[in-house]
Design a protein around this ligand. Structure first.
Ligand SMILES: CC(C)(COP(=O)(O)OP(=O)(O)OC[C@H]1O[C@@H](n2cnc3c(N)ncnc32)[C@H](O)[C@@H]1OP(=O)(O)O)[C@@H](O)C(=O)NCCC(=O)NCCS
Length: 147
């Protein structure tokens, strides 16, 4: 699939929020995405297939790390390699930005996401007790060193 990944803009936010509300039990607000778009430390990305928004990710850069704060693929496009394309892009970006580590949190029960991250060389580095609600659940902290 020919997937194009670009910076998120305000025009993307309605559709991204529609996807976000479908895939998460605690969806981010539209304002959260809009504030990332105007935050110098945030790198909000959108992935398109034939102009349709297929997925997105919100990254945060600190001195030596990039945190993956959000990442999702529209259910219309699940298991067609788009999550993989977004992760490829993030890993490439992390290398270009010369950060040392990528870090993220994931629901313990989120098997699809955990498998995606394991496939990309992330490992479990810790746990945040009851980090999530709806349902209440621990977060796994996963990290990956950047070569
Ligand atoms: C997790 C998610 C981003 C994966 O996106 P995707 O485009 O479907 O993923 P891909 O097709 O690129 O698959 C990549 C790998 O992810 C894993 N994976 C994806 N869907 C899976 C599923 N339903 N069950 C088990 N593993 C799965 C597999 O390891 C897969 O590799 P493989 O095809 O070699 O087996 C997607 O399921 C999603 O958006 N889920 C809801 C939002 C979410 O949970 N985001 C992550 C928050 S931390």
């Amino acid at each position: 699939m020919d997937i194009k990944i670009t910076r998120m803009t305000g025009e993307d936010v309605d559709e991204i929020h529609r996807i976000e509300s479908k895939v998460f039990s605690e969806p981010w607000s539209k304002m959260a995405f809009l504030s990332d778009i105007s935050n110098d430390f945030a790198i909000p990305l959108v992935a398109r297939f034939e102009k349709k928004i297929a997925g997105y990710a919100c990254l945060y850069k600190a001195v030596n790390e990039i945190q993956i704060g959000n990442l999702a693929v529209s259910p219309d496009f699940h298991q067609r390699g788009i999550g993989t394309k977004i992760m490829d892009y993030i890993i490439d970006l992390a290398a270009k930005q010369k950060v040392k580590v990528l870090i993220l949190e994931v629901r313990q029960s989120n098997e699809a996401a955990r498998k995606l991250y394991l496939k990309f060389g992330f490992r479990v580095a810790g746990k945040r007790k009851y980090y999530y609600h709806k349902p209440r659940e621990d977060a796994l902290i996963m990290i990956r060193e950047v070569d």
